[in-house]
Write a protein that binds this ligand. Structure first.
Ligand code: PLP
Length: 387
């Protein structure tokens, strides 16, 4: 039986939020008193602050990261007959935005080291029907966005960055969401900038694109009751914006805490020689990337991943598998008949990836406990990797 006091959660949002409780309550009370629940001043301010933080000229709030992606494709007039390049090793929303508009996702395999889209495999996926590329900055680390944008530019294709997990991340010191034509962010509570409900934002350096995104997010209505295009209703509400403004102030410190935790995992899992080095692979940090560690993703080879995860659960240590089923193997996407032989690394990642607890208020002793339980699993002779 797990000792309750030794339990380590995968995530403890309450503990992360607790130090800022008074700030949240004050900000929320101000919204209650203002009565401006939509389009309140906090929304405008948050858009400015996220734009500044991401070093772009424009930011447009919306209801979720999923909507941000959908609106980006709507603003680009993507529809039936169009193809959009996207990784299969991602969250559903990176792909559903494409199919929802009647367009076709074309899956490109990932790099085995970073789990991000393999840029070298993008050219063979480009056809005359290709209308956009959606790289995903998975787990808080940018894909090779410089090379992706270069390639896209050569083919005259817009890049939409799925930066849902990567606010504050950067590549060659340039922020996630500032490289492509449109950057998409999520404020889902588990993201690095997480609200107390749903929320999202789109960034663009191009004012006309930002204006179109805003038009589509507001029923395509401009002026009032005159509809130029068929948009959707997707708003970031003032309550969320008020909470997010408080959290944005503390985001750099939270990222620093996540980085320290990642560094400590790296040290503990290697130096102390507690864990069989052939059995697990630590996350690769691309030297050009500023990683914001939304997730700490290890690989567990040799079919031991699920057993290790069960062992962790049995001893009260939370873990998760992001993601167990790649998009091309989802029931709803079987009709796409994706070529699995081109998605070998994607499928291998889904079989091997294991995400360990990482959140700003995770303590060193909790991390020690995680390592202890991992080491304990591999100490069992039956779980050792054959030499
Ligand atoms: C969370 C996430 C989304 C969707 O964001 P929501 O705000 O939950 O709609 C999209 N893409 C990726 C990679 C995500 O992790």
């Amino acid at each position: 039986m797990a000792d309750q006091n030794n339990n380590v959660p995968l995530l403890d949002i309450n503990r992360d939020n607790l130090p800022h409780r008074d700030e949240f309550v004050e900000a929320l009370a101000a919204v209650v008193d203002s009565g401006r629940f939509l389009f309140g001043p906090d929304v405008v301010e948050l858009e400015r602050e996220v734009a500044a933080y991401s070093e772009v000229d424009n930011a447009v709030g919306c209801a979720s990261g999923s909507d941000a992606l959908l609106l980006a494709l709507m603003a680009l007039n993507i529809g039936p007959g169009d193809e959009v390049i996207v990784p299969s090793f991602t969250f559903f929303a990176s792909v559903s935005c494409i199919t929802r508009l009647g367009a076709t996702p074309v899956f490109v395999d990932i790099r085995p080291d970073t789990f991000n889209i393999d840029v070298d495999k993008i050219p063979e996926a480009i056809t005359e029907k290709t209308k956009a590329i959606i790289p995903v900055h998975l787990f808080g680390q940018c894909a090779e966005i410089d090379r992706i944008c270069q390639l896209a530019c050569e083919h005259d294709l817009p890049v939409i960055e799925d930066a849902a997990q990567a606010i504050g991340a950067a590549y060659h010191s340039r922020p996630a969401g500032s490289w492509g034509l449109i950057g998409c962010f999520s404020f889902y509570p588990t993201k690095n900038l997480g609200g107390m409900g749903d929320g999202g934002m789109m960034t663009s350096c191009d004012a006309a694109t930002a204006d179109r995104l805003r038009l589509f997010a507001g029923h395509g209505m401009r002026p009032r009751y005159y509809h130029q295009v068929v948009g959707i209703n997707s708003r970031l509400d003032t309550f969320q914006a008020a909470v997010l403004r408080v959290k944005l102030k503390h985001l750099p410190a939270a990222v620093e805490a996540r980085s320290s935790i990642a560094e400590r995992y790296g040290r503990m899992l290697t130096e102390e020689n507690l864990v069989d080095q052939d059995a697990i692979t630590l996350p690769t940090h691309d030297a050009n990337a500023f990683h914001v560690w939304n997730q700490y993703a290890i690989r567990v080879a040799g079919g031991r991943r699920d057993a290790l995860r069960a062992h962790l659960a049995e001893h009260g240590v939370g873990s998760e598998i992001y993601y167990p089923v790649p998009m091309h193997q989802q029931e709803c996407f079987t009709y796409l008949q994706a070529d699995r032989t081109r998605l070998v690394e994607t499928e291998r990642a889904s079989e091997e990836v294991l995400n360990l607890p990482i959140f700003p208020s995770l303590t060193e002793s909790e991390q020690c406990r995680v390592i202890e339980v991992v080491a304990d699993y591999f100490a069992n002779a039956a779980n050792k990797v054959a030499a």
